[in-house]
Write a protein that binds this ligand. Structure first.
Ligand code: HEM
Length: 436
């Protein structure tokens, strides 16, 4: 079964329009990608200060080579961490914020998972794989279904429901908080922390008041988990934090406190926003297509392919950063040593060299695997968790909610202002809901 996706309505635009965060291009960047893929598949973008790679083959080659391509700038050119450096030198910024920035810089000196390279990365990944077990993921399936049922019970009965606030946001947040042992009473604070870490991603400039707030939240996160880790060290329980503290490789030292804190940040950031955006894009796709809702309701076994197609067509993370270790060729183009590289997975996933009818959502055909979770040594640690969560949540949603539709079909959907993280801010929907 083939459904046409959004691309036909993507505006004709350039990559620079996307970097300027033009709302219609942020919403639908795929024509801009296609134009660049056709004309300059590997090219240096001045504004970004990076080499932009858009063909599937080239993106995959780089992802598979963790030796020649480093992850040392994995959050891109203008992350909050790099802004922390500027804050330190700015006397107009309150002393407290500068102290917080210094703490962040200090912690980020220990390179962890997403930001580390072999051989350190291999050691960390083995330690974390031992704690992040398939058992731990599988155990959460029932809890996600139960939570989804509770959330649907609270959907508005007399008007539209914003599916982001009522469904897509609380599910991943609760799952990751449960994994990290955060009690329900801390949930709102936990979400604020998560927002603080993602606010800086994928924008090339930042407002100073926002930065001050971000650093307050980030600091509170570090304080909270330093205490929690201290407590688990004395009183271990059956949870991820205790397992991370206990994780050892033969003859090697345990993870240090900075390493542990940086890991927890990555679980929080990677585990929340991305999965929220996947869930919203999935429901958005369904809301625009009643036939698709029926197909999936009648044959839930197609849900896995559906989610993979949503991941391919609307990746919550549109691109991945690398740095060239030495002079190197990518797709025949010379990239100098230390060159920052932006691998546009959102473009690679629609490369016609690899996918037939690349802009169509295809439930039946077994598509070549998309690059939305990356590939190679750094491929997403939480992939199975994200897939389990979204499948469980959508199964319940489709069972209990019928005639899912956009509350105002004429209204444009607004996306977060980022060229990297791709997600809808709010999505008011109407539907009829059956009881559990
Ligand atoms: C739809 C949801 C998700 C998407 C699209 C996504 C995407 C990605 C991508 C593209 C990477 C590779 C980055 C690179 O190669 O530099 C990655 C890595 C990672 N992801 Fe996810 N992710 C998702 C969910 C999660 C969840 C739920 C977690 C929970 C813990 C998680 C934790 C991580 C971590 C720790 C890494 C770093 C792995 C490493 O460098 O070894 N992700 N993710």
């Amino acid at each position: 079964m083939t459904e046409r996706a959004e691309t036909t309505t993507c505006p004709a635009a350039t990559f620079d329009d996307l970097l300027a965060l033009r709302p219609d291009v942020v919403r639908c960047p795929y024509s801009a990608y296609a134009a660049q893929r056709d004309s300059e598949p590997v090219t240096h973008n001045e504004q970004l200060g990076a080499w932009v790679v858009t063909r599937h083959e080239d993106v995959l080659d780089v992802l598979r080579d963790a030796t020649r391509f480093s992850n040392r700038m994995a959050s891109g050119p203008s992350s909050v961490s790099s802004i922390a450096q500027q804050i330190l030198q700015n006397d107009e910024i309150p002393e407290r914020t500068r102290r917080q920035a210094a703490r962040r810089i200090e912690l980020s000196k220990s390179r962890v998972l997403l930001f580390s390279d072999p051989p350190l990365h291999k050691r960390q990944r083995s330690l974390v794989n031992a704690a992040f077990t398939p058992r731990r993921v599988a155990e959460l399936d029932g809890a996600v279904k139960e939570l989804t049922n509770q959330l649907i019970d609270n959907f508005a009965s007399d008007g539209p429901t914003d599916i982001v606030a009522a469904f897509s946001m609380p599910i991943p947040m609760t799952v990751i908080a449960t994994l990290l042992g955060v009690p329900p009473s801390h949930m709102a604070t936990f979400k604020d922390w998560s927002n603080a870490f993602t606010r800086g991603v994928g924008a090339l400039s930042h407002d100073i008041d926002a930065i001050i707030e971000i650093f307050d939240q980030v600091d509170a996160f570090y304080d909270y988990f330093t205490e929690e880790l201290d407590h688990r060290r004395e009183h271990p329980v059956d949870d991820l934090l205790s397992d991370l503290l206990a994780a050892r490789l033969d003859g090697e030292a345990p993870l240090t406190l900075p390493e542990l804190l940086q890991m927890l940040v990555q679980f929080l950031v990677a585990g929340n926003e991305t999965t929220t955006n996947l869930l919203t894009s999935a429901v958005w796709t369904l809301a625009k297509d009643p036939q698709l809702q029926n197909t999936l309701r009648q044959d839930p076994s197609k849900l896995t392919n559906f989610l993979d197609e949503v991941l391919r067509l609307e990746p919550p993370v549109q691109g991945i950063w690398r740095v060239a270790v030495d002079d190197v060729e990518i797709g025949g183009t010379h990239v100098p040593a230390d060159g920052l590289i932006y691998l546009v997975t959102g473009s690679a996933n629609r490369d016609p060299e690899v996918y037939t009818q690349p802009d169509d959502l295809d439930l039946d055909e077994s598509r070549p695997r998309h690059l939305t979770f990356g590939r190679g040594e750094h491929s997403c640690l939480g992939m199975n968790l994200a897939k389990m969560e979204s499948k469980a949540a959508l199964t319940v949603l489709l069972e209990r909610c019928h005639d899912i539709a956009l509350a105002d079909p004429g209204q444009d959907v607004t996306f977060h202002r980022s060229f990297v993280l791709h997600g809808i801010e709010s999505l008011p929907l109407t539907m009829s809901t059956t009881s559990d």
